[in-house]
Every structure is written in structure tokens, then in C-alpha cells.
Design a protein around this ligand. Structure first.
Ligand SMILES: [Zn+2]
Ligand SMILES: [Zn+2]
Length: 241
């Protein structure tokens, strides 16, 4: 299975993945003729996203808003280009917005991975994924838990980063969990050495499980298509104490 691919997850919802940036994914949501994008992939040209937007019969100007799960490099690559091309409103949590805007670096994470993940997270790999520079882009407005962005409800999910956000599309029973959950290289409650605050992260996992989704779309790795609620509960049971 190619990691560079587009998957339709639900009516009006597409996952766009790329191999670079740790099998990173962005999510395109269509409602009432308008498009909302969650994250922007690793590449800086926005091309995969613009291609998919055209493939489903839209033009660049239909992308009305881009919301960012958190300020890590793999999720911010295409932001500046997409903002320039589409004129979309850029939204982020206040605690991530200055990182997105290039005014502050992302908080450092441990680059010495814990066992048993050592093999997956060599130093160069880790440093190329979470940190490093992205093309800076100013944030137009702040969002936080309970707000609506297009068809999505914003869910606060701090832990992986202080202002990490997840998004629930209730009608579609789909949760976009960002980096709070990973499915690559294996099913994990986020990448262990990247979690800044473990206690908050555990609370967030519990909150995400309570949204009872069927589909769980994640920042890194393929989406969970079925039984998302059960899979999240498994994570809470295994890691949530
Ligand atoms: Zn991250
Ligand atoms: Zn990430």
C-alpha cells in the first residue's frame, strides 16, 4: 500500500497522505460547497492538497479555512503556499499560533527515544519530523475546544503539545485526532518521545475516547476506518492510568 494516497473516509471527508514527514496526513472537509482543511502536509508547495481539491470539483478559492492541529513541522509545510493561493483563513490554538507564525520555535522534545521505540526514532529521524523550520505563516484567528470550524467541532487535546487540537465531525462519526494518536509505525497513543506532558496527554485520550467515533483519522499513519471508539478505549486502558 502506497503511503502517498488519498482516501475518502466519510461523505465530504478525504485523508491526503504522504510518505515524507512520517506518513503524515492532512484532511479535506467539504460542506455546503465550502472546504475546510486540517493541517497541510510536509511538502511546502501544497500541491497534493490543491490536486485533490480540483479532483473533487473545487477551485482554490473554495478553501475557506485552514486549521492546524499543532505547531510541528510535518503539519505546517504547505500552509504558507496554501494561504497565498487560496486566501483561506488560518486558524490555530493560541498556544501554537506563534510557532505557526514563525515567532517561536516548537518546544524541544527528547531526541533520545525511550525503549522499545529506539529503533523507530533515530536522532536524525526525530529531529526532521517534529522540529525544524517551516515556511512561517501568520495566524488569522485563534480557536479552542468547543469552537466550530466549518463542519468540525474543536476538541482540546493537550499533551503532545500544549495547544494540540483534535476535531470531531459528529455527523460522520469521525475524529481527527492529530498527533494524540498514531498508527505508524504502530498503533500508539502518540509518539512516545514527542509527548511533552504525559498527564495531560492521558486526560486528552480519555476525552477523545468519549467522543465515541467510528473513524479515527491520525496525523501519522493510515486512518482507523472501523471501531475507532473501541481502539481509543484500548489505548486509554493500556496507557491511560
Ligand atoms: Zn506533532
Ligand atoms: Zn506530527
Amino acid at each position: 500500500m502506497s503511503a502517498d494516497r488519498v482516501t475518502q473516509l466519510a461523505p465530504g471527508l478525504w485523508a491526503i497522505g504522504q510518505k515524507k514527514g512520517g506518513r503524515v496526513h492532512a484532511f479535506l472537509c467539504e460542506e455546503g460547497g465550502e472546504l475546510t482543511l486540517v493541517d497541510t502536509l510536509y511538502d511546502t508547495d501544497g500541491a497534493r492538497i490543491l490536486e485533490q481539491l480540483e479532483r473533487i470539483g473545487h477551485e482554490a478559492g473554495d478553501l475557506k479555512r485552514i486549521v492546524i492541529t499543532h505547531g510541528h513541522r510535518s503539519h505546517l509545510g504547505g500552509l504558507r503556499t496554501l494561504k497565498e493561493v487560496t486566501g483561506a483563513t488560518v486558524l490555530a490554538h493560541p498556544w501554537e499560533a506563534d510557532i505557526v507564525a514563525g515567532e517561536r520555535k516548537a518546544q524541544p522534545v527528547s531526541l533520545i527515544p525511550r525503549r522499545p521505540y529506539r529503533t523507530y526514532f533515530p536522532f536524525q529521524f526525530a529531529s526532521s519530523l517534529g522540529l525544524g523550520a517551516h515556511p512561517a505563516c501568520p495566524v488569522d484567528a485563534h480557536v479552542a475546544g468547543g469552537d466550530r470550524v466549518g463542519p468540525l467541532e474543536v476538541v482540546d487535546s493537550p499533551g503532545h503539545s500544549p495547544g494540540h487540537l483534535a476535531f470531531l465531525w459528529e455527523e460522520n462519526r469521525t475524529l481527527i485526532a492529530g498527533d494524540a494518536v498514531a498508527t505508524w509505525p504502530s498503533f500508539l497513543p502518540g509518539w512516545p518521545s514527542f509527548t511533552l506532558n504525559e498527564r495531560k496527554h492521558r486526560d486528552s485520550l480519555r476525552r477523545l475516547a468519549e467522543t465515541e467515533p467510528q473513524v479515527v483519522a491520525v496525523g501519522h499513519g493510515p486512518p482507523i476506518r472501523e471501531g475507532g471508539r473501541e481502539r481509543l478505549r484500548d489505548l486509554v486502558d493500556a496507557f491511560g492510568r
